[in-house]
Structures are given as structure tokens and as C-alpha cells.
Design a protein around this ligand. Structure first.
Ligand code: GCU
Length: 337
């Protein structure tokens, strides 16, 4: 009798070993690339890593996404360009570098559009955000999910206490016509520098100022070379996870659905991480002795008024949409919420 039990156990063990071996040797059907321009421990990078893990799990290893960090595949704009030809399959990029061609995408990055982060998320998580993800199709890309990139403010080698201090400064901007025009309207000189070269642009004095969120200021060590941070919060430019339309077309429906779900889940994970990292970055730069400048309300209003012509130039066909977004502010503030 004992012999039979032993034989049975051996048989089960053998079955388990075979199953494990099969799992180990599962051949992926697709090995796909994913570009990220931030360092590996940055919140958007961790979001990308989570996305890849989820896709691997839910496709039982049939779809593998290899994430490359720190701009290994090129600048955001080079990545978007390569994606249109199917050279790179996925990426997380800033909306700023893909919006120039699609006006509705510009709407979502207009200066002083959102009252705060919660307002922006109501827009992006609602119908407007969904429609905007759909609009990526016009550019040979597929919009998958929105990632948080906080609010952008100015940081500089000399203090910016008012609009007067900004006059004539060279200010680094993203590769975006809207960003260039915004800086020109504010009386400064826009200079395009790739994200990964901003530190050196400060060191070599190519620029006097840049504008970005707290985590970039801290993670990219810009705070070591530009110690004044002026909390203007002039824009909230969301980040976005995208896929190449060419890649998308060859993926079976079943995998597309999984990928879309995983992108959304990774976005929720990233947004949580963002909140914590934003606080951490702010505390770190304050501890290190950076000077944080809070604009007086009338100064902030002046910034806001000076960039108004952008609405006419970039959104004249979308004024109703702009009003719909802004009305959220009116409704919320008038009811005291
Ligand atoms: C944001 C965004 C980056 C982008 C950067 C920039 O922080 O997350 O992907 O490169 O802005 O200003 O270039």
C-alpha cells in the first residue's frame, strides 16, 4: 500500500515539475519596447515598470514589454517620431511634445486652465480626457492613459519675485511651440533644451531659468544649479502613456484589451506615487537651502493676464470646451466646495 502512495506522490511531483518547466520556457509571442525619459526610480518610470509587470502576468508571459529609462531611446520628440513608424512600441511622454499637431490636445495644457490637481483629474478622467486619448489616432499613436506630472513653476539662478525679474532671462522650454510662445509673452527668451541636458545648460549658463515640477527639480538635481524656485504653477501639463498605431494594429484584440487595462492600473499606481514624491521632493530641496518664492496674488494675476493671447492663438475653435473645463471652477467655488 505504502508503495502505491509513494508512487502517486512521485507522479504528482513529476507533473508539477513539468508544469513549472513549461511556465519557465513559455516563449513570448511579442517582445515590445517602451521608452521613458526619466531616471529609473522616478514615479513615471516606476509606473512603466508596473505596466510591464502587469502585462507579463496577465498574458502569461506571452507579451513582454522592455522598459528603457533616462532617454535611452532618444528625446521625447524623437521617440514619438519613431513610434509613428513602429520603431518603438510604447512610451510615456509629456503631452507638450505631442500636442502641437492636434489642437484638442493643446487645450489640456493651457496655462492657468486648472484650479488644482483635483480639477485636472476630473477633466482627464472624464469624457474630455477619454476623447483626447482618442485624438492621438490622428498622429499615428494610441493614447492609453494619463500620468501625473504635477504643476510647473519657474526655477532660476537669480530670484524671480515678479514678472519684471523674468524680463530678458533665457528660459529653457520643452520642444513645444505653445511653451515657446508662453515664455515670449512673459518677456523672456525661450530656449529649447532636451530634458536630460537641462542641468548642463545651467552649468554652461546657456539658460538662466527653467520651468518644471518639484520632482524633476529634485531628481534631476536642477536644484543644485538653480537655487530659486518660484511657485507660479502656470501650467499643468499631464504625461501620457502611448502606443504606436503600427504595433497596435498587429496585436490581437485580446492583448490590446489587457494592455489597455494594465495602462490604466499603472496610471493609478503612478498617481499615488506622484503625490508622495511631490512632497518628498519639495522637502528635500527646502532642506538643502533652496529659496522658495511664493508669488503675491496680484503678481500671479499678472502672469495669468500676460499669457491670455495663447487662448486665442491655440484654442479659438475650442472655446466652448475651454469654458466647459473652466466652469467646473465656477460651479465648485460658487457652491463653496
Ligand atoms: C515633465 C515630463 C518629462 C519631460 C519634462 C520636460 O517632467 O514628465 O517627460 O521631459 O517635463 O520638461 O522636458
Amino acid at each position: 500500500m505504502k508503495k502505491w502512495i509513494l508512487a502517486g506522490l512521485c507522479f504528482c511531483l513529476a507533473l508539477c515539475l513539468c508544469a513549472c518547466a513549461e511556465l519557465e520556457t513559455t516563449e513570448p509571442e511579442y517582445v515590445l519596447t517602451y521608452a521613458e525619459n526619466q531616471p529609473q526610480n522616478y514615479p513615471t518610470s516606476l509606473g512603466g515598470e508596473r505596466f510591464a509587470e502587469l502585462v507579463k502576468q496577465r498574458t502569461n508571459g506571452k507579451v513582454i514589454i522592455q522598459v528603457k529609462y533616462a532617454g535611452e531611446y532618444g528625446t521625447d520628440e524623437e521617440v514619438a517620431e519613431q513610434m509613428r513608424f513602429g520603431g518603438i512600441d510604447f512610451a510615456r511622454v509629456s503631452l507638450a511634445v505631442v500636442a502641437d499637431e492636434v489642437p484638442i490636445l493643446n487645450v489640456l495644457q493651457m496655462p492657468f486652465l486648472y484650479k488644482d490637481a483635483a480639477h485636472m483629474w476630473r477633466v482627464l478622467d472624464g469624457d474630455i480626457g477619454k476623447e483626447a486619448l482618442g485624438a492621438f489616432q490622428e498622429t499615428g499613436l494610441v493614447g492609453l492613459s494619463w500620468y501625473d506630472s504635477g504643476a510647473r513653476s519657474f526655477y532660476s539662478t537669480k530670484p524671480i519675485n515678479s514678472i519684471q525679474d523674468l524680463q530678458g532671462m533665457t528660459v529653457r522650454v520643452q520642444n513645444s511651440q505653445l511653451a515657446m510662445d508662453m515664455i515670449t509673452l512673459l518677456g523672456a527668451e525661450p530656449v529649447y533644451v532636451d530634458h536630460n541636458d537641462v542641468y548642463y545648460a545651467f552649468v554652461t549658463r546657456k539658460i538662466d531659468a527653467a520651468e518644471n515640477n518639484w520632482p524633476v527639480y529634485q531628481y534631476m538635481e536642477h536644484y543644485l544649479v538653480a537655487k530659486y524656485y518660484t511657485v507660479a504653477e502656470h501650467t499643468r501639463v499631464p504625461d501620457v502613456q502611448i502606443a504606436s498605431q503600427r504595433t497596435w494594429e498587429i496585436l490581437p484584440e485580446e492583448y490590446r484589451t489587457i494592455i489597455q487595462e494594465c495602462a490604466q492600473e499603472s496610471a493609478l499606481y503612478q498617481r499615488n506615487l506622484w503625490v508622495r514624491n511631490d512632497i518628498f521632493a519639495r522637502a528635500t530641496v527646502i532642506d538643502s537651502g533652496c529659496e522658495i518664492i511664493h508669488l503675491e496674488p496680484e503678481q500671479k494675476l499678472q502672469f495669468q493676464e500676460m499669457v491670455q493671447p495663447l487662448y486665442k492663438k491655440y484654442c479659438s475653435d475650442y472655446m466652448d470646451l475651454i469654458k466647459t473645463i473652466q466652469n467646473d471652477i465656477v460651479v465648485k467655488t460658487s457652491t463653496g466646495e
